[in-house]
Design a protein around this ligand. Sequence first.
Ligand code: UDP
Length: 404
Amino acid sequence: MTASLEQYEQILGKDVIQRLRQLAEPLKGINVVHINSTREGGGVAEILHRLIPLKNELGIQASWEVMTGEDEYYQCTKSMHNALQGDRLDIPERLLKQYESTNQQNYERLRSQLEAADVVFIHDPQPAPLLNLCTERKGKWIWRCHIDASHPYRLVWKYLRPFVQGYDASIWSLPDFAQPMPHPLYIIPPSIDPLSDKNVELEPEMMEKVCHDYNLDPNRPILLQVSRFDRFKDPIGVIQAYRMTKAFGPPVQLVLAGGSATDDPEGEEVLAEVRAAAQNDPDIHILVLPPDAHRTINALQRVSDIVLQKSIKEGFGLTVTEAMWKGKPVIGGDAGGIRLQVINHHTGFLVNTPQGAALRIRYLLKQRHCLNQMGEKARTFVRENFLLTRHLREYLTLMLAVTR
Ligand code: UDP
């Protein structure tokens, strides 16, 4: 169930919501379409699930469409994603052809909607070619890049650039992530929804239930990383950090919770690597969760003592925001949007190695008052910067700017 704007007043105050309504007034009735490549799994889908209904509540006619394609299309776009994050991956011609023909097919399917929209938001590279295919466009087209494209593999970026440079504007999560473009660039960090199943307050029974269901001992420290099984999230590094922590003392438990996004063909392979690395350790809990396990993830984040997000590359890292909102200090990889959230020594620690992570875990588990203080700061930081209402406000401002 989607929360209504009124319910946010209780958490954020009347003024915040009033301001949203004022901003949306001139946008009432406009037609907005968002396109991405998966309805479940990953941060983009997570945000769209929340943003679209709120835009509608404000009187905007917002809809969300998802690209459909064959395996080779997803292989191609996964490689593009990795290459934008810096991997030197030469994508075979065959896959690029599939990428283009899949976009063509999706264009045919979505044509009337795309042509009629006042604003089209295209998320990430998967649907990027739709713009050049749309010859009769009425509205403004915005490319929303959620990826850290600060150091892309040049050959792949050279291929993608002609698809994205014709947009009317682009949005990036951080200034550092952006590439120069011939159109206006906007910086809008993502957000979490405090009222979604993923983040809402839970009954204590729910926490007891996850401990029971997954065989976790609530009397021993619990470390958690929630992530798709993806090498950039460094799940193996997390297992190493856990082992180093445990070698010197506290009998910690580790939960690696993830699922796979439907647009991520590498997940199974990485999961097998993670299972091999865990070596049947009974205190390492590898949980493969269905895409709608939001309350379970919420409860796992709440029962944890420390949340890790040891990514080597990261777009923004919504899992970091989610954990911080639950008052957990995060030990995060010194990468991408994690840097924007984990203020070193204040809301958590930034680390570069498993050794570094282990050191910080041991410190926090010994200094409980420090752990709690950091957790409180983390929650306040999220309240002030990374909740959905701020995100929505910035989208509204952008739509006002581009439709004027
Ligand atoms: N997530 C989930 N189930 C999983 C793994 C992740 O619901 O098994 C959610 C997670 O809670 C977060 C989002 O997917 O909301 C992941 O976003 P993030 O920005 O951390 O990473 P991405 O997957 O976009 O790289």
